[in-house]
Design a binder for this molecule. Structure first.
Ligand code: NAD
Ligand code: WQD
Length: 347
């Protein structure tokens, strides 16, 4: 049984991935510092997969603790690295927090990979590296645009760190560029738990419908899109989680591309999206239709920094990874609503 370290495995995407890993027969050890998650998530994971994953509370910013962890766990076959800070606005207010948490943690992990001969590494990247794209849908060879936030910059720099490390070591890495993850596990045992006021669209919608927020602000209806609101590629978190298992299997079975001429050997990048763009108003309408809940919303000014339209070209992930998003927007919104109701009921 291969043993996989999942950093940030109690977080939103990490917890769903741990479930899929365990369902696929992997032995999982989670490390998390609980800065944006709670121990309750362990129970949710265990309820779904009937196997409690190993867990250790560890702050990856502390190099000595990281070293100590790997000395005690010297049988790890691969790492899926989710742990990071992810609030774009907060990263503008506190850039050093983001550079420290998102870059130092990666560097320490890669140093341990070198010491302990761990060769398989999956990294959580983001479509934010593409900025406002020149053409749609976005392929992996689209240029990486100057980052508009320290958070976005950490993803770009992380990819560079990985590429450089792969080129001089035995490391094989895959950076998965997520588009907009939404939804929850259909069991409602795990889901997204934003701290404070949600910044992202779907948790804001579900909290508004649940009466926690008074009104959803739709940021702009004067964009050059069909209905004037921004377009994103919303992907169900369970589909996203499954892609990690497939990417890991690619590395473990040495199927990764070692000869890609444009990139460095052993470093690969994949878009993870549905390939379909949905506008904010389409998401709102779909939520109302799927759940039967009327949503209190109003159109307000544009949110500074928003790009107009972003959706993935998924051909590379479809053909090379053999992965395809299967769930619909309705599936995702239904699961997000079921999760919200569960959270509100306090169970
Ligand atoms: P999340 O905040 O729910 O999960 C991250 C987890 O990492 C949390 O449980 C947090 O406690 C933990 N963590 C943070 N710093 C840590 C540290 N120093 N040591 C140990 N644990 C630490 O976020 P998520 O939405 O699950 O995102 C996971 C990854 O995917 C992140 O790298 C994020 O940047 C990336 N990503 C997320 C999105 C999105 O919209 N959710 C989109 C693209 C990329
Ligand atoms: C989606 C759409 C908003 C909230 C962010 C990060 C990005 C990535 C994913 C990590 C936009 C609109 C939103 C609201 C609204 N994360 N909206 N009212 O901005 O595409 O991406 O999350 O890597 O880096 O920037 O996602 O969910 O915030 O917004 O109208 O209350 O919903 O304007 O068009 P975004 P989002």
């Amino acid at each position: 049984m291969k043993k996989i370290l999942v950093t940030g495995g109690l977080g939103y995407i990490g917890s769903h991935t741990v479930v899929e890993l365990q369902n696929s027969g992997y032995q999982v050890i989670i490390v998390d510092n609980l800065s944006n998650s709670s121990l309750d998530v362990l129970e949710g994971i265990t309820n779904i997969s009937k196997t409690p994953p190993a867990f250790e509370r560890l702050d990856l910013r502390f190099k000595a603790d990281v070293s100590d962890f790997f000395k005690r766990n010297n049988d790890i076959d691969g790492i899926i690295h989710f742990a990071a800070s992810k609030a774009v606005g907060e990263s503008v207010e506190n850039p050093l927090l983001y550079y420290e948490n998102n870059l130092n943690t990666l560097i320490y992990l890669l140093q341990e990979c070198n010491t302990h001969e761990i060769e398989n590494f999956i990294f959580s990247s983001s479509c934010t590296v593409y900025g406002e794209p020149d053409s749609l849908p976005i392929t992996e060879v689209a240029p990486v645009k100057p980052a508009t936030s320290p958070y976005g910059n950490t993803k770009q720099i992380s990819e560079e760190i990985l590429k450089d490390t792969c080129s001089i070591s035995a490391l094989k890495a895959i950076a998965l560029r997520y588009f907009n993850p939404i939804g929850a596990h259909e069991s409602a045992e795990i889901g997204e738990l934003p701290a404070g006021i949600p910044q992202n669209l779907v948790p804001f919608i579900t909290q508004t419908a649940a009466g926690v927020r008074e009104q959803l602000s739709v940021f702009g209806d004067d964009y050059p899109t069909e209905d004037g609101s921004c377009i994103r590629d919303y992907i169900h978190v369970v589909d996203l989680a499954k892609a990690h298992v497939i990417a890991l299997e690619r590395l473990l079975s040495e199927k990764n591309d070692t000869s890609a001429p444009l990139s460095n050997p052993n470093f690969e990048v994949f878009n993870l999206g549905t390939g379909r763009g949905s506008s904010v108003l389409e998401v709102v309408n779909s939520f109302e239709k799927t759940t039967g809940e009327k949503l209190n919303y109003k159109i307000v000014d544009r949110r500074p920094g928003d790009v107009i339209s972003v959706y993935a070209d998924t051909k590379k992930a479809n053909k090379v990874l053999g992965w395809k998003a299967e769930k619909t927007m309705e599936d995702a919104l239904k699961s997000a609503w079921k999760w919200e109701l569960k959270v509100r009921s306090g169970r």
